[in-house]
Ligand binder design. Structure first.
Ligand code: AMP
Ligand code: ZN
Length: 496
């Protein structure tokens, strides 16, 4: 069955164009974080959905080339740096680092490239694109010296968001807009420098200034992936104006269709409202780690609902996720025990299993085994559910159905070692998408354990300075220490 996605542009479920998966990678662009503060787990819902997308395409044999941008210059980053009294680059570097740490903790596959908006290479590209748009009459410099996109001149403007231009109202947030812009919906491509920008500025044919957020993505996407990309993702809040603007800019310059499939994930909610910085109803990853949850539990909690369905975040939901993972862990443990049971296998076959070989060169598919004869081919069902617009809820449903069936068979001593081994192989395959397996037990090196002990003493004596120093020393050895209600917890940095 072909892979299908709901395309925001057409508002229809469309088949992924069939082609030789190995011929050329699927080019995916994903809007990344604005690094003015630590990302919250709502942001990570979007990144986990994109991770699932990439991993499923890879499971199905496609090569993927994915770019995720880092927005490291905008009003918020500039304001943050000014308030902290440090240069913009230094201010954003800490949040970039935090973003990568959190992503690793959540087992999100790294994109192939993480271009940053302030990289001169991309600034040059942005300036080039803005120049092209002006020469085509699609952009103009206003009296405030900023350059704006002339949305009336782009016939498809509003197509992605299914938006009627006449409905556009001023949000009252755009500086000077009533005076300088031709149309209330015209958006800034180049923002003329003003005092609040301090030393954040680049030269351009239109005077010193900085790029608008939308042109950053058009420039980085086309610079790294070419004029036409396969899949572009983001959260639903990116549809308008951000992605609408990206289309107008990119197609305005290249004259070619920018994106084939637009995929947007619904929001992570808290009490029915979007989790967001501005509402203050957010958790960061460290907030949840402090509560004792692990990266993989949070990954599961953010992944388990279909990406187009809003997901309400609750701590009860975290507990459910913990229980679901415990069921998977126990199941795997039981399967391993059965797979290694010698009395069900000739000794030579068991040796083979230990060496990681199967008892027969081509074991029968697990669903043909007697005990699970009635389990309706969950193997295909799992992957077909994901083919169907990444229906992870259905896929997980099949996984738990399989767990129930095979557990029952094991209860009745009716699952032989070869079948158990085949189920473990199946898990290995689907876990390339899920990445939910428990990490092997962590062995803390003695020097780290010693420092942790000293830190425990320092904290008991309320010597916070020493405690912080010891945290840094532990960190320098590649470990992270967290204080939980059950005392200190050590993890390898970036591990779950
Ligand atoms: P931002 O840093 O605000 O540009 O957001 C980065 C990404 O996170 C974008 O793709 C947003 O659409 C997405 N996002 C922000 N808040 C949420 C949320 N509550 N749930 C899901 N995605 C979100
Ligand atoms: Zn973007």
């Amino acid at each position: 069955m072909p892979i299908r996605f709901f395309n925001t542009y057409s508002r229809e479920v469309e088949e992924l164009e069939p082609r030789d998966p190995a011929a050329r990678p699927i080019r995916i662009y994903t809007c990344g974080p604005t690094v003015y503060s630590r990302a919250h787990i709502g942001n990570f819902r979007a990144y986990i959905f994109e991770d699932l997308l990439q991993r499923h395409l890879e499971l199905r044999g496609y090569k993927v080339h994915r770019v995720m941008n880092i927005t490291d210059v905008d009003d918020k980053t500039i304001r943050g740096a000014r308030e902290a009294g440090i240069p913009l680059g230094k201010f954003t570097a800490q949040f970039k680092e935090a973003f990568f740490e959190d992503g690793q903790m959540l087992r999100i596959k790294r994109a192939d490239e993480f271009p940053a908006a302030t990289d001169q290479r991309y600034i040059d590209r942005m300036i080039e694109m803005i120049g092209a748009l002006i020469s085509r009459g699609l952009a103009y410099q206003a009296d405030d010296k900023s350059v704006y996109y002339r949305i009336n001149r782009f016939p498809n403007y509003g197509k992605l968001a299914h938006f009627d231009l006449t409905q556009l109202q001023s949000t009252g947030r755009v500086k000077h807009d009533e005076y300088d812009k031709e149309h209330i919906g015209d958006f800034a491509l180049w923002k003329a420098w003003d005092e609040e920008d301090g030393d954040v500025k680049w030269d351009s044919p239109w005077g010193p200034g900085r790029p608008g957020w939308h042109i950053e993505c058009s420039a980085m996407a086309t610079a790294l992936l070419g004029d036409q990309i396969d899949i572009h993702c983001g959260g639903v809040d990116n549809i308008f104006p951000h992605h609408e603007a990206e289309i107008a800019q990119s197609e305005g310059v290249t004259g070619k269709k920018f994106v084939r499939y637009w995929l947007h994930c619904a929001h992570l909610l808290v009490d029915g409202q979007k989790m967001s910085k501005s509402l203050g109803n957010f958790y960061t990853l460290p907030n949840l780690l402090e509560k004792g949850y692990t990266g993989r539990e949070i990954r599961y909690a953010l992944m388990r609902v279909h990406y187009r369905a809003p997901l309400n975040f609750t701590l009860e939901g975290m507990e459910e996720s913990r229980q679901s993972l415990a069921r998977i862990d126990e199941w795997l443990q039981r399967l391993r025990e059965v797979a290694e049971k010698e009395n069900l296998q000739p000794a030579s076959a068991v040796d083979g299993l230990r060496r990681g070989e199967r008892s027969t060169p081509n074991p029968p598919p697990p669903w043909t085994g007697s005990a699970v004869a009635n389990a309706q081919r969950p193997t295909q069902k799992f992957e077909e559910a994901l083919d169907d617009d990444l229906n992870i809820s259905a896929a997980l449903g099949f996984l738990f159905e399989t767990i129930r069936e095979t557990n029952r068979a094991m209860d009745e001593n009716d699952l032989d070692a070869a079948s158990a081994g085949a189920w473990l192989d199946w898990w290995k395959r689907i876990n390339t998408v899920l990445d939910l397996e428990m990490e092997a037990e962590i062995v803390v090196p003695p020097e780290v354990a010693q420092l942790a002990k000293e830190r425990e003493n320092a904290r008991r004596e309320k010597n916070w300075k020493r405690s912080d120093e010891l945290r840094d020393e532990i960190s320098a050895l590649g470990w992270e220490v967290r204080d939980t209600k059950d005392g200190q917890k050590l993890t390898r940095r970036g591990a779950a």
